[in-house]
Design a protein around this ligand. Structure first.
Ligand SMILES: Cc1cc2nc3c(=O)[nH]c(=O)nc-3n(C[C@H](O)[C@H](O)[C@H](O)COP(=O)(O)OP(=O)(O)OC[C@H]3O[C@@H](n4cnc5c(N)ncnc54)[C@H](O)[C@@H]3O)c2cc1C
Length: 402
């Protein structure tokens, strides 16, 4: 494995760096470092800059609007965006349903949906999980019954409940796994539907997380009418799309570049003089924890680079994506734990300012305000994208042969 970037790669890196410096929306500066909750407009402002440049979908084939970058260039791109503290783009359109549509969709579906994903005109959400169907996704019960409408066209009537649907409150469209046949083996009776979130019968209810954020929702579907032309791939073959999509979901989940940034942030907090004049980064116990984190992060980075080298030589991601997911998310969580430790008593959850009407002004230095909500928020990483226990099962089966 050659870890040295070529002269072309370095020129590309400089081009990317300069572009981000000149074009990243100023209003977003520092929002990630501060762990701020991002609005739909925040996400879309960066999305639209990249769409205009033609850099919005590096992983897509060029014919559908991809950049045609090599995997090393894609790696450089993710490094540089994390280095610049740029916000992460929403994955639901770009990394999930987009690839499903260009791989399995009809020409009409491609023409209708792909350009609007690239431009940011449509915001997508993912309707997979249900109460009782998370890790065991094939157990899903949301039912779609087919019928012929008065206009002679074919439709599905959809009834059921989805849960943990991320940012569905903003969504224009959702991709849903629904049961179209209950008589066969669970995986064989599922279809993949694209549903307009404004269709009558859809209710989105917020779930407020421990960090106080509105990030996830319940989505209820009551007699929701969906044209059959909105089904991707064959009826009852949605599991094929679902599995394909999950593999894409885990790509980049290691978050190495963002974690590097996180470690730098901890160090900068820990270099700050505490109330008693102590510098935490000089404390040998704390210093050791930071060093251990950096060692593990380096090891993860090399594993990711090995996977990339394999990809460049045509080898698809195998069980290493599970390893990257487990180690990457554990490191992300450790970073938030150390940040909380570094912030000390200023990191107390829900600690607000005193005085009437002063709830919006937390006490303590700026760096401490979002440390606790971020700590809580990042507990999700070992659950979503296939929980870490499930990833261990995959490794046990595919690597250890158990
Ligand atoms: C913040 C967040 C956002 C999410 N966003 C979305 C979204 O947008 N769309 C969507 O469809 N879903 C979303 N999810 C749902 C996510 O995919 C599920 O939470 C996940 O698949 C786990 O399912 P579950 O919550 O039902 O837990 P369960 O499957 O009930 O698992 C409970 C526990 O048991 C363990 N477990 C289960 N089965 C096994 C096994 N066979 N072996 C060992 N351990 C096992 C799990 O690891 C877990 O610790 C989101 C979840 C979170 C936390």
């Amino acid at each position: 494995m050659d870890l040295n970037f070529s002269a072309e790669d370095i020129a590309f890196r400089d081009e990317v760096r300069a572009f981000i410096k000149d074009s990243y929306p100023a209003a977003l500066n520092g929002k990630i470092d501060e762990g701020e909750e991002l609005s739909k407009d925040d996400f879309l402002s960066w999305h639209r800059v990249l769409a205009a440049k033609g850099w919005i979908a590096p992983a897509w084939p060029k014919q559908y609007g991809g950049t045609g970058w090599t995997s090393v260039q894609r790696y450089i791109w993710s490094e540089e965006t994390a280095r610049a503290d740029a916000i992460r783009l929403m994955p639901f359109g770009l990394s999930m349903v987009g690839p499903v549509i260009y791989t399995f969709g009809t020409p009409e579906q491609k023409a209708r949906f792909l350009p609007r994903i690239l431009s940011g005109d449509d915001w997508w959400c993912q309707g997979y999980s249900e109460p009782g169907a998370g890790s065991d996704l094939a157990n899903l019960r949301t039912k779609a019954e087919r019928f012929t409408g008065d206009d002679g066209k074919e439709y599905y009537r959809v009834n059921g409940q989805k849960t943990w649907t991320t940012l569905a409150q903003h969504a224009d469209w959702g991709f849903f796994l629904v049961r179209t046949n209950s008589e066969v083996k669970a995986q064989e009776g599922i279809s993949f539907l694209l549903i307009d979130m404004k269709t009558p019968g859809i209710t989105v209810r917020p779930i407020i997380t421990l960090g106080g954020e509105h990030e996830v929702n319940e989505v209820w579907l009551e007699d929701v009418i969906v044209p059959v032309e909105n089904r991707v791939y064959e009826e009852n073959k949605g599991w094929t799309c679902a599995k394909f999509l999950l593999a894409h979901e885990r790509t980049g989940i290691a978050g190495v570049a963002a974690s590097k940034r996180g470690v730098e942030r901890i160090k900068s907090i820990a270099r700050t003089e505490l109330d008693e004049g102590e510098i935490l980064l000089k404390n040998p116990f704390f210093k050791r924890k930071v060093a251990e984190l950096e060692v593990d992060l380096s090891a993860l980075e090399y594993t990711e680079l090995r996977t990339l080298a394999g990809e460049s030589s045509g080898k698809g991601p195998g069980p290493e994506s599970s390893l990257l997911k487990i180690k990457g998310t554990e490191i992300q969580q450790r970073i938030t734990e150390l940040a909380l430790e570094a912030a000390g008593h200023y990191g107390a959850p829900y600690y607000r300012g005193f005085g009437e009407g002063d709830n919006e002004h937390p006490i303590g230095p700026d760096y401490s305000h979002r440390v606790a909500p971020t700590y809580f928020n990042m507990r999700k990483t070992s659950i979503y994208g296939g929980s870490n226990e499930i990833q261990r099962n995959i490794i046990a089966k595919m690597v250890l042969g158990l």
